[in-house]
Write a protein that binds this ligand. Structure first.
Ligand code: MRU
Length: 332
């Protein structure tokens, strides 16, 4: 059984879902009950063990087992971590459930360790490059413990700056249409006692150009070999504003988010979600009947707009370092 906190209900309700079937796991991933690239990696790895347990109960043959594992791997397309998590353990299926479970638990433990490590690297780089006693931050979407196995990526750096006494005000973008920033990041910041405000996504560019923040820190769903990065839709707008304002745009992710098989950002598959997510607000339609929606869940920020990509292996200065393999130096 995999126990998930239902992120669709936060912050109003803290409710758990006990997942015992592939159907429920796939549906939970599609509905964003569990979400965030590294958390999806953990769900993928643990999901293989869950598939084996269900398969043993229901007498599935090897072909059925493989196709059910594929369903988990393919539940969402953009975050490479989901397929990565599945692939970390699936070769060990013939060795039995205990082996797969042990490997899946290692995926979870390694993710937390990577997040804590990259947070040190990210905070060190920011404090070396931003000459401020208190660093004011803008962030987008949710990258904290909810989105990972523990601690967080971009959120982890923010938390690290806070612990070092060097964090100023945090601006958390609400992150339309599903409000991961307003609902989840704000909940985590509040729980950690971090001073913050929530702003409309459409306020972010102006906040940056008015000089109200010193750095943007965001997560990633897939980082191509050239450093182009897919993240929650709206991210590229922040990057453009940061370039104009001359402040750093930092991308933080465990190395499992790097996909060296993808050469450039334009090759990354961008998930398009149900149009009702933009046509409706809190379940009520806000757009005239008959109008269609357009709902890409992610966008791609070109590497030259990204000051650094930071993983547990260190920092790559993607905007200024022209080595073609600069991303490979921080990959797993
Ligand atoms: O659609 P979501 O909520 O899964 O999108 C999540 C993001 O875009 C995050 O910024 C990214 O996965 C990094 S999470 C550490």
């Amino acid at each position: 059984m995999i126990r998930l906190i239902d992120q669709t209900l936060l912050p109003a309700t803290e409710q758990h879902i006990d997942v015992t079937t592939v159907d429920v796991l796939v549906e939970s991933i599609e509905r964003l009950v569990i979400r965030g690239a590294p958390a999806l990696g953990a769900a993928g790895a643990l999901g293989v063990a869950l598939t084996m347990i269900q398969g043993a109960d229901e007498g599935w043959d090897a072909a059925r087992l493989e196709s059910e594992i594929d369903r988990i791997r393919d539940a969402r397309p953009t975050a490479v971590n989901l397929a990565w998590g599945v692939n970390q353990v699936r070769a060990s299926v013939p060795s039995g459930i205990a082996t797969v479970l042990e490997l899946a638990r290692k995926v979870v433990a390694d993710d937390e360790a990577a997040n804590r490590q990259l947070s040190q690297h990210g905070a060190d780089w920011i404090l070396a490059h931003v000459e401020k006693d208190k660093v004011r931050v803008v962030t987008h979407c949710n990258t904290g413990a909810l989105a990972t196995s523990a601690w967080g990526t971009a959120y982890g750096i923010i938390h690290e700056l806070h612990q070092r006494g060097r964090l100023g005000l945090v601006y958390a973008d609400e992150t339309r249409p599903l409000l991961q920033g307003a609902r989840l990041t704000s909940w985590e910041l509040l729980n950690d006692g971090i001073e913050h405000v929530v702003q409309a996504d459409s306020a972010a560019a102006s906040t940056i150009l008015r000089g109200l923040v010193d750095v943007a820190i965001l997560g990633a769903d897939r980082i191509a070999a050239n450093g182009d990065t897919a993240n929650k839709v709206g991210s590229v707008g922040l990057a453009l504003a940061c370039q104009r304002a001359g402040i750093p745009f930092v991308v933080a992710a465990p190395s499992s988010t790097i996909d060296l098989a993808i050469a450039r950002g334009e090759d990354i598959v961008i998930e398009e979600r149900d149009e009702d997510e933009v046509l409706c607000f809190a379940g009520v339609r806000t757009v005239p009947e008959g109008v269609r929606g357009f709902n890409p869940a992610f966008d791609v920020t070109p590497h030259d707009l990204i000051s650094i990509v930071v993983t547990e292996r260190g920092v790559a200065e993607t905007a200024t370092d022209t080595r073609p393999d600069v991303i490979a130096t921080i990959a797993g």
